[in-house]
Design a protein around this ligand. Structure first.
Ligand SMILES: Cc1cc2nc3c(=O)[nH]c(=O)nc-3n(C[C@H](O)[C@H](O)[C@H](O)COP(=O)(O)O)c2cc1C
Length: 346
């Protein structure tokens, strides 16, 4: 069974990916209920944390129910990263994760996120600064490299292990790929099989079905899988994969009644966390995914993202439940349009 420092995890853990504007406490709640074994905050700017920016501070929120829970930080300055690791320490999550994978221009241009992949010496210094500033285990999430000609993840894995990280998650794409093409797990498997590497290696990229999860587990020998987009509006992915691993059987897909029920729980948690106005507003980005696969859903969706009160949202969800009673929509694929990505600025 893999462990990260003193955190022991179940055999072959399923991780919920950090996702800006998506993996907030309400979303994490429904993922945890459905079997996510380790979850992360959205990425938090180290500079923002130091400035005490409200948005960055809020991202530190989590509840005991979510443990084991990691807080992810990013930045390109050693001192700022060290200071923000100390701030993270004060809220005592279970681990600190460093983001060296964010491909977004405004992050990369500041020499942070995937930008750090261009300078492994800097990456080592930043990581070491974080490791020295916290008592928590430090993990890293990154990509294969900057572009096709500079896939340096093998060097990155060894050098980061040497400065004390306790686990590494690798998204099987380069920065240049953004989210295009298919994730390539070959190098991820190679790192896992490098005898020098002792820390857990988690694979990430395009896992959106129990069958794919099992195939990649067997083929690449990784210690666990991180799932991002396939969980958006579909937190059942975790329990489906677990059930398939345990029994070899595919669970029946969630009915429309179940989809609406979990969507309601998500809405309730969103309001509990952010209050009526913001909670209802922030929930809007999730309806498309919860209702994916339902025919002629556009009108309901338009109304869901227009109404302003909880009762109105609940009323429309009830209408959806009745209109599509008995229907079992397909499992959505791990996709996220570039428009959606631009909106959330990740
Ligand atoms: C909307 C969105 C926001 C994201 N935000 C983050 C983030 O804050 N930190 C991070 O390390 N990765 C972030 N990612 C990348 C995911 O964690 C993950 O690596 C990527 O989506 C590939 O995994 P998937 O194919 O399972 O989605 C984000 C991805 C999406 C789609």
């Amino acid at each position: 069974m893999p462990s990260i420092g003193n955190i022991s995890l179940p055999d072959f853990p399923l991780l919920l990916a950090p996702m800006e504007d998506v993996s907030d406490p309400p979303f994490r709640y429904v993922c945890k209920q459905n079997g996510a074994d380790l979850m992360y905050s959205e990425f938090i700017s180290s500079e923002g944390l130091i400035r005490d920016a409200i948005k960055s501070r809020q991202k530190l929120d989590f509840s005991e129910f979510e443990r084991p829970f990691g807080i992810q930080i990013f930045g390109g300055d050693e001192e700022a990263m060290a200071m923000s690791a100390r701030i993270v320490d004060t809220v005592q999550p279970d681990l600190v994760d460093i983001n060296y994978g964010c491909p977004v221009k405004k992050v990369v241009c500041k020499g942070a996120g995937a930008g750090v992949l261009k300078d492994v010496d800097l990456m080592v210094r930043l990581t070491s600064a974080v490791v020295k500033s916290t008592s928590l285990p430090v993990t890293v999430k990154t990509r294969l490299g900057w572009d096709d000609n500079t896939k340096n993840i093998e060097e990155v894995a060894e050098r980061l292990q040497d400065v004390g990280i306790k686990a590494l998650t690798i998204h099987g794409r380069t920065r240049a790929q953004l989210y295009k093409g298919e994730a390539d797990w070959t190098l991820i498997g190679k790192i896992k099989n490098n005898p020098r590497i002792q820390i857990p290696i988690f694979g990430n990229g395009d896992i959106d079905s129990p069958q794919k999860a099992l195939a990649y587990k067997n083929k690449y020998g990784i210690d666990g899988i991180m799932i991002g987009r396939a969980a958006i509006g579909y937190p059942w992915i975790f329990r489906e994969i677990k059930h398939f691993f345990q029994t070899g059987e595919i669970l029946p897909l969630p009915s429309i009644e179940e989809r609406v029920e979990v969507c309601r729980t998500h809405l309730r948690k969103s309001i509990e966390w952010k209050g009526d106005i913001v909670g209802i507003f922030e929930m809007r980005r999730h309806y498309t995914n919860y209702l994916k696969g339902l025919p002629h859903i556009k009108d309901y969706r338009t109304r869901l993202v227009t109404v302003k009160t909880k009762d109105e949202v609940e009323g429309i969800l009830e209408e959806v439940k009745i209109a599509f009673a008995g229907m079992v929509p397909e499992r959505p694929m791990a996709s996220f349009s570039s428009d959606q990505l631009e909106e959330c600025a990740y």
